[in-house]
Structures are given as structure tokens and as C-alpha cells.
Design a protein around this ligand. Structure first.
Ligand SMILES: Nc1ncnc2c1ncn2[C@@H]1O[C@H](COP(=O)(O)OP(=O)(O)OP(=O)(O)O)[C@@H](O)[C@H]1O
Ligand SMILES: [Mg+2]
Length: 380
């Protein structure tokens, strides 16, 4: 019920002393024993270690005494066994291979270690933009029309395929060609004319070795909204809200010379690149509605950040939902799009981290007791 404190609040101090937490970041496949054979990461490599450190520091700041940082690779299960960790926090997108974003949650499911993160099926659904968009379309949520190319068949000219006309009609351009699974705008390519689509598809495919997506370019404003579960901490005090908690609604400000948002690897996201929205903004209610719909209809159990863009008529379209959005602690220079609006809700970074942890713990204790017997014993 809205406003009531949560089940765990009175027992949380016990867990602060006893719960052994592992915050997991991307391992490096070049390290000894990390993998058996080194292959390729279609999604582009990033360690995410520094954000894992931010999360670990916040957990310690929230009073948890046993927090370790672990690299995600083939040695992970043994490290979890030796460290006797009870619970994990996934700040990893996987080390290599296809659908790597699901590898670690799948391993944890097998090992019987509960976690903050999406279950494997949802992790791949969200991380594969075309799969997510098909599901969005099937439940009537707005997303731009799109085509997916295999990429491996370079003789196939997608623009001559009947599906091309069926999808894009007489839209002459511009288009966006992008990896189905990617991050930080890497490989996202603005294509002025239909005649240049095939070359852009081949270029993205050569880097990712994965499917490639084509969408019409949406020229309107760009927005983000984050959404997580119903348990929210303010000043360390936990409350249960009536609806999934949608926050940090913002407009991403693009320069006149930027048809698509420049990668945060190239140009860090700073406050002047965002405009925080409040309830008076005309799109506020719609962003709230879409965020909660996605959270509820996909049965999400933890945080995502939705990226949206308006078309020429101002209608919003969901570009993607990031399954592991950047959770960098704001440091006065760069910001994370998730954390920009926390102060609007009277929340600190520690409050957000505590909210995400307790929300997951409570869900497991209430609905998946077999997966957390070892944690229930700590509380007995
Ligand atoms: N159809 C589109 N129309 C207009 N702009 C688009 C379109 N698709 C992507 N973009 C632009 O490219 C950027 C990156 O696209 P998208 O969010 O799909 O990929 P990403 O690499 O997963 O991004 P990130 O991980 O940084 O959120 C968007 O922020 C937006 O500016
Ligand atoms: Mg995005």
C-alpha cells in the first residue's frame, strides 16, 4: 500500500551485518582463465568497473558490511562459492559471444544466487532492440517502424526487398541504421538517402557480426525516463509506492549539428546536455504512462531507462529500454541520465541503490522463497 514502510525495514539491520554482496562488472576475456577460447563481443566492450565501484561504495554507505567487487568471467562461480556470497548485483553486460547480457544472470540462476538485474529472457529481450520493438508493437506501445537485416548475406539488397516498401512506404529518408544490440550510440549511423542504406548496413555488420536494424530518422525532441520497482528510499527510509517508480524524466539536448546523440564515450553527458522535466511539462504524463506500461507489461523486476524520440508531428516513439542503464554516481562534471532527477524526489544516490536492492530482496522473499532460503535464514 502506498506510503507504508516495507516488510524488510525492521529487519534490514540484520542484513546489513550479515548479507554478503557481490557487485559484478564486465570481466576481460584477455585475462588468464577468463574464457576457454577468446571470441568476439557483438555488443562492444566496456568494463563498467568504475560504476560497480560507485554501487559498492553506496551499498557500504547504506550500512552493508560485506560488499565485494567481482569480475564477470568463467571464474565467477568459483569466486562466488569461495566468497560465500548470498546476493549479487549485476553491473555487467557480459564478456563475449552472442546474447552476452544474459550469460551472467543465467549462470546465477543455475548457481542459485539471487541478484539485482533482469532474468535472462528479459535481459536479451531488452538488449535486442528488434525483439523489444516487436513486443512493444504487439502490445500497442509506440515505436518507429523498422526492418532487420541479417548482414551475413551481403548480396542481399534490403532496399529491393518487398518488406522495405511495406515498412517504409514512400519515406525517402533520412534513416538511422544501427546495431540491434549496442551501447553508447556506437555504430548508430545517420543515413540521408535510401541509396546509402546498404553500405551503412554492411559497415555496422562488419563491426558487430550481428543483425542490423533500419528505422526512419525521428527528427523531434529526445527524452529519457527511468523506471524501477515500487520500493523507494528517501533519507534511508523505505516506502512502498502504489505504482512502479518513474523518475529522471528529461529531455536530452542535441546540438543543431547532431541528428543523433553523440556517444558518451566521445562526449561525456553533462548537465547542460539535459533538461529535467517536471509535472508541468506537456510530455511528463505521457512519459510516466509509457514507463509504467513498459514496467508492468513486461513484468520488469528492476530498473530500466527508456529512450524515446518524437517524430515530426511531436508523437513519442520508444527507441529502446536499456537493461543496465549507466548508474554512475554524479561527480559534479559528468552525470548519468538515471540520476539526474533524484533530487526532485528527495533522493540521494545511496537512496536509489538501497531502493533497488531492497525492492529485489522483498520480491524474492515474498514471491520466490525457494531462491532465497539462505537469506531467510539470516533473518530468522
Ligand atoms: N530512429 C531514430 N531516429 C532518430 N534518432 C535516433 C533513432 N535511433 C537512434 N537515434 C539516436 O541515436 C542515439 C542512440 O540510439 P539508441 O538509443 O537506439 O542506441 P544505443 O547505442 O543503445 O544508445 P545508448 O546506449 O547510448 O542509450 C539515440 O540517443 C538517438 O539520438
Ligand atoms: Mg539509447
Amino acid at each position: 500500500m502506498d506510503g507504508h514502510s516495507t516488510l524488510l525495514q525492521p529487519r534490514l539491520d540484520r542484513l546489513r551485518d550479515t548479507l554478503r554482496l557481490a557487485v559484478i562488472y564486465n570481466g576481460d576475456r584477455h585475462q588468464p582463465n577468463a574464457v576457454i577460447n577468446r571470441t568476439h563481443n557483438p555488443r562492444s566492450d566496456k568494463s563498467y568497473r568504475s560504476v560497480a565501484e560507485d554501487i559498492a561504495t553506496a551499498l557500504r554507505g547504506a550500512g552493508f558490511r560485506h560488499v565485494d567487487l567481482l569480475a564477470d568471467d568463467l571464474t565467477l562461480v568459483e569466486k562466488l562459492r569461495q566468497g560465500r556470497h548470498h546476493f549479487a548485483w549485476l553491473n555487467t553486460a557480459g564478456v563475449q559471444g552472442y546474447d552476452a547480457v544474459a550469460h551472467t544472470p543465467a549462470l546465477l540462476e543455475l548457481a542459485g544466487i539471487p541478484y539485482v538485474g533482469h532474468r535472462p529472457l528479459l535481459a536479451v529481450t531488452l538488449d535486442n532492440k528488434h525483439v523489444f520493438k516487436r513486443e512493444l508493437a504487439s502490445i500497442g506501445l509506440p515505436t518507429a517502424p523498422f526492418l532487420v537485416c541479417d548482414g551475413a548475406n551481403d548480396a542481399h539488397d534490403i532496399t529491393a526487398d518487398p518488406r522495405y516498401a511495406a515498412t517504409f512506404g514512400d519515406h525517402a529518408g533520412p534513416f538511422v541504421v544501427k546495431p540491434v544490440s549496442g551501447r553508447g550510440s556506437i555504430g548508430v549511423t545517420f543515413v540521408e538517402r535510401r541509396a546509402d542504406i546498404a553500405a551503412a548496413v554492411q559497415s555496422v555488420y562488419r563491426t558487430t557480426l550481428n543483425q542490423v536494424m533500419i528505422e526512419p530518422h525521428l527528427p523531434g525532441r529526445e527524452y529519457c525516463v527511468s523506471v524501477c520497482g515500487r520500493i523507494v528510499a528517501r533519507d534511508g527510509q523505505l516506502r512502498r509506492e502504489a505504482e512502479p517508480f518513474a523518475f529522471s524524466m528529461l529531455e536530452r539536448l542535441l546540438g543543431a549539428d547532431e541528428p543523433i546523440f553523440t556517444s558518451m564515450d566521445v562526449r561525456p553527458i553533462t548537465l547542460d546536455r539535459t533538461r529535467l522535466l517536471d509535472a508541468r511539462d506537456p510530455v511528463h504524463a505521457e512519459l510516466m504512462y509509457l514507463a509504467r506500461r513498459v514496467h508492468n507489461d513486461f513484468n520488469l523486476r528492476t530498473l530500466v531507462r527508456l529512450d524515446l524520440r518524437a517524430d515530426a508531428a511531436g508523437r513519442l516513439h520508444i527507441l529502446e529500454a536499456n537493461p543496465k542503464p549507466d548508474l554512475k554516481r554524479p561527480d559534479g562534471k559528468a552525470v548519468s541520465l538515471v540520476c539526474v532527477g533524484l533530487a526532485q524526489h528527495g533522493m540521494s544516490y545511496e537512496d536509489l541503490v538501497l531502493s533497488l536492492l531492497v525492492d529485489r530482496l522483498e520480491f524474492y522473499l515474498a514471491h520466490r522463497p525457494a531462491a532465497v532460503q539462505h537469506i531467510a535464514e539470516l533473518l530468522a
